[in-house]
Design a protein around this ligand. Structure first.
Ligand code: 5AD
Ligand code: SF4
Ligand code: FES
Length: 344
């Protein structure tokens, strides 16, 4: 296996069997994390890109069994930010030095194409890159957002096990999700995807397929997080994913896609107090601090124990800067698009 890791560091290839073997045992974790960290340094350098996350609506028409924002959860106070609030948070994000804002919401049809286009155009005037994360839309809608100026799109595949996907996301179609990812790619977005680790019924083989899917898609960003059971959902009693396994899925993704953007995710930090720093030292190069203000943070309750719910954006900016500089890394001052430095 050590040879497989060394070879993958040079060729960026692993077989499904090799990936499963790495996921099965802790024996090679040290060399795996070191190799991922070295590749991160070689291909994307020591800078960490910060993305200011605006959670602008927690209203969702979908019913994913794992998610606290699912429409059947009546225990969450629902909100939508006004256009003014969204633009205000974006302007503040710019003032904290962020060069990208991520506009994230549940699948909320209140935000029509016209409304979102207006918001996107206004934010572009602030000299910010925009990542959208608003779920499954039609090809025409994706095109309209791109024309308005959106740069990137995040849509996790969640799991590449089609049967599991359709069981956990009732009413949603795996084929449509793939259609969305293909559309986004063809429309010229920088494309972000990712998966949940530790879903009930998910196997190591299926996680290996997820990693190979990211490679095949040639995703520009991959966000990986542990599934954290939410007491207000049908999966309340499920076991949940581990920090360690999520970290390994992330590190192997770095081996196969050495030049992409990989966030140290909030869900990782929820399971481990040093989770983001550990992730930044095991292949990650992005952090997405929350710039939503007030009680909204608390209401955007995908899973319990979410970090920073009582902190202000200014506090988080200082906190994350301290963590990043303490490990000898610096904060990037550019937009942080995928660094196309190597012929893949
Ligand atoms: N635990 C961890 N992550 C979750 N998400 C949704 N519910 C949970 C949960 N219980 C993730 C999904 C989604 C992203 C916005 O949040 O992967 O894509
Ligand atoms: Fe809605 Fe996304 Fe949660 Fe599914 S994961 S219920 S689509 S917010
Ligand atoms: Fe929010 Fe540390 S990033 S408190």
């Amino acid at each position: 296996m050590l040879t497989a890791i060394q070879q993958a560091a040079a060729t960026h290839l692993l077989t499904k069997e090799e990936i499963v073997r790495l996921l099965q045992t802790t024996e090679f974790d040290g060399p795996l994390f070191e190799a991922a960290n070295a590749l991160r340094e070689k291909y994307v350098g020591n800078l960490v890109h910060l993305r200011g996350l605006i959670e602008f609506s927690n209203i969702c028409k979908q019913n994913c069994l794992y998610c606290g924002l699912r429409r059947e959860n009546l225990n969450v106070q629902r909100y939508r930010l006004t256009t003014e609030e969204i633009l205000d948070f974006a302007a503040k994000a710019r003032s904290y030095g962020y060069r990208t804002v991520v506009l994230q919401s549940g699948e909320d049809d209140y935000f029509t194409v016209d409304k979102l286009q207006y918001i996107i155009r206004k934010i572009k005037e602030l000299d910010l890159a925009i990542t959208l994360s608003v779920g499954e839309k039609s090809t025409d809608e994706y095109r309209a957002y791109k024309e308005a100026g959106a740069d990137r799109y995040l849509l996790r595949i969640e799991t590449t096990d089609q049967a599991l996907y359709e069981r956990l996301d009732p009413g949603m179609s795996f084929v449509n999700r793939i259609r969305c990812l293909k559309d986004l790619r063809e429309l010229g977005y920088e494309l972000g995807t990712g998966c949940l680790v530790g879903l009930p019924g998910q196997t190591l083989e299926s996680l290996a397929d997820d990693i190979l899917f990211f490679k095949e898609l040639n995703a520009d960003m991959v966000g990986i997080g542990p599934f954290i059971p939410n007491p207000d959902t049908p999966l309340a009693a499920a076991a949940g994913g581990s920090f360690e396994l999520s970290l390994k899925v992330m590190a192997i993704t770095r081996l196969l896609l050495p030049d992409i953007n990989i966030p140290a995710t909030t869900a990782m930090e929820t399971l481990n107090r040093q989770g983001r720093v550990v992730a930044l030292q095991s292949g990650a190069n992005v952090v997405m601090p929350n710039v939503t203000e007030g009680d909204y943070r608390k209401f955007y309750a995908l899973y319990p124990g979410k970090i920073c719910i009582n902190d202000t954006p200014a506090h988080c900016r200082g906190c994350i800067t301290g963590k990043i500089t303490a490990i000898g890394r610096s904060i990037s001052e550019d937009y942080g698009f995928r660094n196309k430095c190597c012929p893949l």
